[in-house]
Write a protein that binds this ligand. Structure first.
Ligand code: SAH
Length: 422
């Protein structure tokens, strides 16, 4: 979501004749697009601001947009008095106002809902992978999560608006569409004539566009995985066989305290249904370790579920107490040392599962999407349908198709090696 927001901000400023630079001393305006989901992310913003303040041109404008802006509010100006703007995640379309009035402070952390989507111009070109947000906010109240506070209650964008964005992206260069929402599979839009549109309708309509070859969506809430959506995995070959469906914990006890009111059995049933619809589907998850009150045995159950589902490409985090959340006030907060030990154990297991999966692909061929040169700049990297990077033996400057069949020749825990085949 932040990548999308960053792309729109860049497009908005480019439309005003500005160019992008990574070099702070060159910049006339410096924007930190921020995430508040864990304390570490927020802390990084303020230490970066301290550095930027010293490095930037004296008259360069600088400020923060996104969730840390909303979380810290006017306090941000007290901590860093030189800041020129503080704009929340639903008001960054107002950013150009600071260019018109550089001597004022621009402050807006209101939850403007969908307003920003109507105000921002469509970019002229789309990246091959186009992120298309379909909702703002979240209606689940997980007790650890700051998102309902920073991004507000859930609002689904009108179906026609989303399809207009998808069509525009398809016409201007997109071949993959990734629908975005905090609770993306909960997408529900009722049109003025009473028709209810779901995520499965967005997928079906998008799949009809010839130039779009791959469709995915993130992030899903387990119990919003409705039968129509599961069925889309059966009927829609453009929908990738990969789904991020965070379980967070394998302990029923912890799930209840997290206010994630699904049972492990229900979650496992959903995975079974998905595998039935699409036998090659793989699931990834987000995990939180060290949630208040988590015992060794609760944690063991998280390891058990990870082994059972065989999650690939997952994200795991140490629980981080956040302002405005219920869990921050719960008793039995877990010491940092135990959180770290649990995280290491879980990561070791997840890496092992992922390596096994990657190795199981060696010798197979899958259609993959071009991403760009590898870290050394020598060879091209493609992205598999399961989102692993695959480093090919194709030189970075060779003509190469955006979508190619790649035969995998080797694997490690984080990536694959392969070659383009006909
Ligand atoms: N609805 C989004 C939430 C974004 S946050 C989603 O499902 O992806 C992404 C992940 O960060 C969450 O799934 C959760 O695992 C983790 N997370 C959220 N709040 C956290 C906290 N207080 N401490 C640690 N991890 C957290």
């Amino acid at each position: 979501m932040n990548v999308y927001d960053g792309q729109r901000i860049a497009a908005m400023l480019r439309a005003r004749g500005m160019n992008q630079t990574e070099n702070i001393p060159d910049a006339d305006i410096i924007i930190l697009n921020t995430c508040a989901v864990r304390a570490k992310a927020t802390d990084k913003v303020f230490s970066a601001l301290g550095r930027i303040r010293l490095e930037k041109k004296p008259n360069a404008l600088f400020g923060i947009v996104g969730c840390v802006a909303r979380e810290s509010g006017a306090e941000a100006f007290r901590r860093v008095p030189e800041l020129n703007f503080v704009l929340g995640p639903q008001s960054y379309h107002k950013l150009p106002e600071i260019l018109e009035n550089p001597d004022t402070k621009l402050f807006n952390i209101d939850l403007g809902g969908l307003e920003k989507f109507d105000e921002m111009p469509q970019p002229d070109t789309s990246p091959a992978l186009a992120y298309i947000p379909i909702q703002e906010g979240c209606n689940h109240c997980c007790t650890y999560c700051i998102v309902p506070y920073t991004r507000g209650r859930e609002i689904s964008r009108p179906f026609d608006d989303v399809i207009r964005d998808v069509t525009h992206a398809a016409k201007t260069g997109a071949i993959e569409i990734c629908f975005l929402g905090q609770n993306v599979n909960g997408y529900k839009y009722t049109s003025p004539d009473g028709h209810i549109y779901r995520l499965s309708d967005l997928i079906g309509t998008t799949a009809k566009l010839d130039t779009i070859k791959r469709i995915r969506f993130t992030s899903s809430y387990p119990t919003e995985m409705t039968d129509d959506l599961i069925d889309a995995f059966r009927t829609e070959p453009k929908l990738l066989p990969f789904l991020n469906m965070p379980i967070q914990s394998g302990s029923q006890n912890v799930l209840t305290k997290m206010n994630r009111p699904y049972t492990l059995n229900l979650y496992i049933d959903i995975v079974d249904k998905l595998k039935n619809a699409r036998p090659d589907i793989q699931i990834s998850s987000d995990f939180i370790v060290g949630f208040p009150g988590e015992t060794d045995s609760d944690f063991e159950q998280t390891l058990d579920i990870a082994r059972r589902i065989k999650y690939i490409n997952s994200f795991s985090f140490k629980y981080s107490p956040r302002p405005h959340t219920a869990a921050a006030l719960m008793p039995n907060q877990i010491p940092e040392k135990i959180k770290s030990e649990r995280l290491t154990k879980l990561d070791t297991l997840l890496n092992e599962i992922q390596r096994n999966f990657n190795e199981s692909l060696v010798g197979k061929t899958l259609p993959c999407m071009l991403e760009g040169p590898d870290k050394t700049g020598r060879h091209l990297v493609y992205r598999t349908p399961y989102m692993q990077p695959c480093i090919t033996d194709t030189p970075h400057d060779a003509p190469a198709p955006q979508l190619a069949n790649i035969k995998f020749t080797a694997a490690n825990k984080a990536s694959l090696r392969g070659k383009i085949v006909k």
